[in-house]
Design a protein around this ligand. Structure first.
Ligand code: TRP
Length: 375
């Protein structure tokens, strides 16, 4: 084992890097740990326990138990998630979207899906507004390909649907001081004022369904934990505006194919994009970082290390539904009975099959895109 020093963890809405320590994050962010009770309740309403729940992808939350109780009382509940359209979508992005589909069906919930073309334009020097808007529609195809219900899914672009959004965002912005925004997001004098305003846009969606229903509607946000600062801000002001505080369920990051860190668009070889030709994606898998040893002899003798292996992580999070088969793979790896080449080959095949199917659905989505857009 190497004793390399841990890389410092940075988790903000704009940067995720270093060695992620989820226990520390839960303490730092002051969120609640996921509980068996919540997992079982979700499974009960869904009729089955989703792979992501079985494998602990959602390790923390805020008030998810309350959101479920509201549903059990017979109240309408809603879902909200979003995407910053800065490039193509990769597998890491899809995890919470698949989970949204599961929750949408289990709780008969509408999903509001925010495309933050404004945020990505303001935050990135290399993207024009035309580009982030075009990516909004490209990325929407991926959202639709996850199988969401067209009647109950409302995808919108911050720039193009602003008429539905602006009044709520204004109400939010008036309640948040610059001092608070600086403390939460670390803004300083060199930030453009657009990005300082932007948190009002991300917060606003928590209240969009309540406005449209004309009735306070509990909102649950499935998202990666790096987005939590927005909800901290939103929860602070929700009641002042007469709304419920939004609830959250936080996902872990899907690791990239390279060593350490999450799957990231800024390292194209570490990520499998939904638009990658399947064969090319398979090749990326064949080059992935594993927990294997330097030589075959060593590996047969000492066994592999699934706990640090990204290929194993892909089986774990997405590509091995069957719990028994997963355990068997882990044992065989640890016993040196299965080598990395074989394990990667099997995964590459599964990734190729997945992408071929997903890309077909993604193309079909072009025909129905309009049905999914916020009206
Ligand atoms: N800020 C997010 C991003 O950069 C996009 C986003 C907007 C979002 N609203 C959300 C993500 C709600 C999760 C949940 O990707």
């Amino acid at each position: 084992m190497t004793d390399e020093p841990k890389k410092e963890m940075v988790v903000t809405p704009w940067e995720v890097s270093g060695d992620i320590d989820y226990d520390k994050l839960i303490d730092q962010f002051g969120v609640q740990r996921m509980t068996k009770e919540i997992e079982e309740k979700i499974a009960k309403h869904a009729g089955f326990k989703h792979l992501q729940l079985r494998r602990g992808v959602y390790l923390s939350h805020r008030d998810t138990d309350w959101w479920i109780k509201e549903y059990e009382k017979g109240n309408k509940v809603g879902l909200y998630t979003g995407r910053g359209p800065s490039g193509h979508v990769h597998l890491g992005h899809l995890l919470p979207w698949f989970f949204c589909k599961y929750l949408q069906e289990a709780f008969d919930a509408d999903l509001y899906f925010q495309m933050t073309d404004d945020e990505k334009f303001l935050q990135r020097d290399d993207l024009t507004l035309e580009e982030t808007i075009a990516l909004t529609y490209e990325n929407a195809l991926d959202v639709i390909a996850c199988g969401l219900d067209p009647e109950k899914t409302h995808i919108f672009s911050d720039t193009e649907h602003i008429g539905h959004l602006y009044k709520i965002a204004l109400n939010v912005s008036k309640k948040v001081t610059y001092n608070t925004a600086k403390a939460i997001f670390g803004f300083n004098d060199s930030n453009n004022i657009g990005i300082v305003w932007y948190p009002a846009m991300q917060a606003m969606t928590c209240f969009l369904e309540s406005e449209r229903e004309g009735k306070n509607t509990p909102c649950l946000i499935p998202a990666a934990i790096d987005q939590d600062p927005y909800w901290r801000m939103t929860r602070d002001i929700a009641e002042k505006l007469g709304y419920y505080k939004p609830a959250q369920i936080h996902a872990k990051f899907l690791p990239g194919l390279a060593e350490g860190g999450k799957m990231s668009s800024s390292q194209p070889d570490s990520a499998i994009f939904t638009t990658d030709p399947p064969k090319k994606a398979g090749k990326k898998v064949m080059k992935a970082f594993t927990g294997g040893r330097d030589t075959v002899e060593e590996q047969c003798e000492l066994g592999g290390r699934p706990e640090i292996c990204n290929v194993y992580a892909y089986y774990y999070f997405m590509f091995e539904e069957n719990d028994a088969a997963l355990v068997e793979r882990e044992m065989k790896c640890k016993n040196g009975e299965i080598l990395c080449g074989e394990c990667k080959k099997t995964l590459a095949k599964r990734v190729e099959v997945f992408l071929t199917d997903f890309q077909k659905k993604r193309e079909e989505a072009r025909e129905v895109l309009d049905q999914y857009l916020l009206k």
